[in-house]
Structure formats: structure tokens, C-alpha cells
Design a protein around this ligand. Sequence first.
Ligand code: NAD
Length: 254
Amino acid sequence: MQLHEFERGLHGRVAIVTGAAIGNGRAFCERLAEEGASIVIADVADASATADAVRAIGAEVLVVQVDVTNPDSVAAMVAATMSRFGRIDILVHNVGHYSELPFDLLTYDEWTCTMRLTLDSLYFTIRAVLPHMKKAGFGRIISFSSDTVWLGTPYLTHYVTAKMGVIGLTRSLASEVGKHGITINTISVGLTATQRPAGDAVSQSILESILPAQAVHRADEPEDIANVVAFLALPASGIITGQTINVDGGVARH
Ligand SMILES: NC(=O)c1ccc[n+]([C@@H]2O[C@H](COP(=O)([O-])OP(=O)(O)OC[C@H]3O[C@@H](n4cnc5c(N)ncnc54)[C@H](O)[C@@H]3O)[C@@H](O)[C@H]2O)c1
């Protein structure tokens, strides 16, 4: 690997980041912009603060209001991106859904909501960007799993099931798209500083089970994860695919 490939960064590349209005998603937009990418800031909520932050870095920005659980809305996001930039190099699908419920209280509505926001949305967004990536012979798809899949954390059956699904999709699809120059990886995220557990009994027990399981006893910062997103997005990372990268303070070493 030659150093100049890293130095070129993401200049000329276009990245869609979903769930970009706050938290981790905003950090990903800023980090990719620092590497030179143009950013499509996609969220169901007002993302103007992220847009201001990314413009301040000097990157080109397109803000798209999207509901990633609606395939028509996702198609419109992709059409708007192609119309503005003419290419989609990177998809960072950050939207997820987190709730804590003992299995006895886990309603079918909450189960399906978790699957729709975590897995259906991943399916819809990948399906929408893949034709453009295949045509270009280049693509980087990055999604997010969770350290709770390794711990089997209680009260998260729905969440852990969905986040294991993300890993399965990543492993299988990587085999199909590699020949098109497309990589797909998932980052297994640890307890992150953006998360604000309610402090009730369930949240407290989850906190108490996760932090001691880490080798580094602090929560992830969004920037910890953003650095890995930027690395996986680089053209020079093209040999890394189908992987689950654990960014979790060492939980997955067990
Ligand atoms: N925060 C953590 O501790 C943690 C731990 C492990 C994994 N993760 C994963 O990391 C990712 C980001 O986590 P976070 O805590 O920053 O998320 P978050 O819940 O704070 O932010 C999610 C963003 O998605 C947007 N969104 C929600 N529904 C949407 C929809 N239908 N269409 C478009 N946008 C929608 C929200 O408006 C919000 O801006 C998720 O996939 C999450 O599961 C987070």
C-alpha cells in the first residue's frame, strides 16, 4: 500500500450518511468531510445543525429529509444525490432503533419497529445505492451493529436479534458485491457517549454489565467510531470486506 493513496483521502467522493442529524451520524459527516468527501446529510429530523458544521469544514453538502423505512423516500434520496453530485461512493447507514424491554413486555409492535428501523432500512438503502455503485465499479457500504450481540445483554432480545442480522447481511452480501469493487462492513459499536440511558433499573443493569466487560473502561466517543468509518471508506481499504469491526473498548476480546 502506498502512502499517497491515504493522502488522497476522499476528495471527489460522495457519501450518504443516514441518521445524520445528531450524535454519531453528525460525527461521521464531519469526519468524512475532513477527508474531502461531499456529504449527503440524510435524516427524518431537522439536520441543519449538521449541515452548518459540515459546511464550516468546507465540504459540499446536500440535506435530504428521508424516512429510511419507506422505499419510495429512500429512492427519492438517491435520486436527489445523483441529480446533485452524479455519483454515490459511500453509504453510511447509521439509523437504528434502541429500546430496553424484558422479553415478557416486548410487544410485536416494538419487535417490528426494531426490525424495520434496523434491517428493513438497511435493505432499502443498500438496494437503492447498489446499481450506482456497480455501474461505477466502486462502493463502500458501512453499517452498525452493537457489542451487545457478543454479550447477549438482557432486555435487548429484539435489538440484539436485529444487530446480529446486520452482521449476517454484511457477511453474505460481501460475497456478491466484491467483484464490483464494492466493500461492505459493519462496525460493532460499544456503549457510546451519545446514548443517554434513562437511569431506570434496566438501563443501570445494562451499564453495569457492559462497562466492566470492556478492557478500556470508558464509553466510546462518536469520534472513535468516526475514525473507523473514514478508514473503511477509503479507496485504499478495498481489501477489507464482510467484516465486523469491534469498536467497543475490548468487549469482543472475550
Ligand atoms: N449509542 C450507542 O451507545 C450505540 C451502541 C451500539 C450501537 N449503536 C448504533 O449506532 C447507530 C447510531 O446510534 P446513535 O445512538 O447515534 O443513534 P441516535 O438514535 O442518537 O440517532 C439516530 C438518528 O437517526 C434518525 N432517524 C430515526 N429514524 C429515522 C428514519 N426512519 N429515517 C431517517 N432517519 C431516522 C434520528 O432522527 C437520529 O438523528 C445506531 O445504528 C445504533 O444502533 C449505538
